[in-house]
Design a protein around this ligand. Structure first.
Ligand SMILES: O=c1cc[nH]c(=O)[nH]1
Length: 419
């Protein structure tokens, strides 16, 4: 199907297929007909076009990214592919290179990729150890205004938990987040005063009316278990702001009973989880000349069984935490399906790439119902096996009913930043 040759005016796209769960129906793929008029899906009729069974999705929400880090690989490769290698390489590159202009240009590049692939909402984490918070948040605010109507943007600050205190520089970071309409974030791992720092984090978010988003237990060491403390603390304090936890890799290697108890607490506390399997595959259990055994994929099936709101997202792109990636949610869906065995296990997993992330972050719910914007991704695939067997480079993305130019930016555009 080539939208550039279609007649203008109202169109009725017949013979499309979509996951039934997106229409609140039981079953797997189901047929759907969509009329598009004046940029919206309507219940009317237009010029009929037979779509030949093509799969259609609302545009995607990518709820865990690092737009400020993206595409530094050319000047800051991770030499050994380890988590420590990533932390050290990024810290050095940030100190040397992350001016407002550098962050702006790489962020814009990433947004163009995401837009071309069919994403319309993104939450990014922003490295926020001062002075970077004062540099990256103003750039983020500019980008959010520039991209309004194309990609809804949210930002969460990112600092290690040992920097989180009410009387240190993190208080100013939290103020910048509040002034920017952002989300309070941090990276949680075992520290001696863990409970007190988690309490301080929630108090600071509560005082400023902020939603929260943490990187948690990104490790395959089973003794790394801050998630349980985070859930217990949220319940004890009775704070009700939305909380998302990302990664949660160590759950995959913990004692089964202990892990299930933690999941019960997550369910009770209403905590959202985002799994980042592509980045986990890259970093976890990496030792030179040794085949990785532990893959660090969090317990998404057990979470779903408890009614926990589970999503998947891109995470890093072409930076020391992940050498690859292009903010393509169809790639995330394909990889997550294979890595986490989402196939053969029920038909509602598509929510984890659309509805669930939007709900966790408070973005507009993706919809194919009349009245929704005609923001659609249409693939030359009539079944899951056709969809996941190929990269879907020839997909059509409609925004407000118009096919967008899906050309991806040339990496060479960033060459001058890589010297
Ligand atoms: O996965 C991670 C963890 C911390 N910071 C990142 O950019 N990515």
């Amino acid at each position: 199907m080539d939208f550039s040759v279609l007649p203008s005016g109202a169109l009725t796209l017949k013979n499309l297929r979509t996951p039934a769960c997106l229409l609140a129906q039981d079953g797997d793929l189901t047929s759907i007909e969509l009329t598009i008029e004046n940029g919206h899906i309507t219940s009317g009729k237009g010029t009929e076009v037979d779509m030949g069974g093509a799969m259609v999705f609302p545009t995607f929400t990518d709820m865990h990214t690092h737009l400020d880090k993206g595409h530094i690989w050319g000047r800051a490769p991770n030499r050994d592919g380890t988590f420590t290698g990533a932390l050290d390489t990024v810290a050095a590159d940030r100190a040397a290179n992350w001016s407002a202009e550098d962050v702006r240009r790489r962020m814009a590049f990433s947004l163009r990729c995401a837009f071309a692939h069919g994403t319309s909402a993104i939450r990014t984490h922003l490295d926020s150890l001062p002075p970077q918070d004062e540099i990256s948040f103003p750039v983020f605010r500019e980008m959010r205004a520039e991209w309004a109507g194309l990609i809804d943007l949210q930002a969460a600050c990112l600092v290690a938990i040992d920097n989180v205190s009410e009387d240190g520089p993190y208080a100013r970071t939290a103020d910048i987040v509040a002034e920017s309409g952002g989300v309070l974030g941090m990276v949680a791992f075992p520290v001696p005063d863990l409970r007190e720092r988690v309490r301080a984090f929630f108090r600071m978010a509560d005082a400023r009316g902020l939603e929260t988003d943490m990187h948690v237990d990104e490790s395959v060491d089973p003794t790394v278990a801050t998630l349980r403390v985070i859930a217990e603390t949220k319940l004890e304090m009775g704070v009700e702001m939305p909380l998302t936890v990302g990664h949660c890799c160590s759950l995959s290697v913990q004692d089964e009973a202990e892990a299930m108890q933690t999941l019960d607490l997550l369910a009770k506390a209403g905590i959202n989880v985002v799994s980042l399997p592509m980045c986990n595959m890259y970093l976890q259990d990496r030792h030179a000349h040794r085949t990785p055994r532990l893959r660090g994929v969090t317990l998404v099936h057990e979470m779903r069984a408890r009614g926990i709101n589970v999503s998947f997202a891109s995470d890093n792109t072409r930076d020391p935490f992940y050498a690859y990636g292009d903010l393509d949610m169809i790639e995330v869906m394909r990889q997550a399906t294979r890595i986490a065995h989402l196939d053969h296990t029920g038909t509602d997993w598509p929510h984890a790439f659309l509805t669930n992330p939007a709900r966790a972050c408070g973005f507009a719910a993706p919809s194919l119902a009349p009245g929704a914007p005609a923001d659609l991704v249409i693939c030359k695939a009539r079944s899951w096996t056709e969809l996941f067997a190929r990269p879907q480079s020839d997909r059509i993305v409609l925004r407000a009913g118009q096919a967008i130019d899906r050309a991806l930016p040339d990496y060479a555009e960033l060459d001058d930043l890589m010297r």
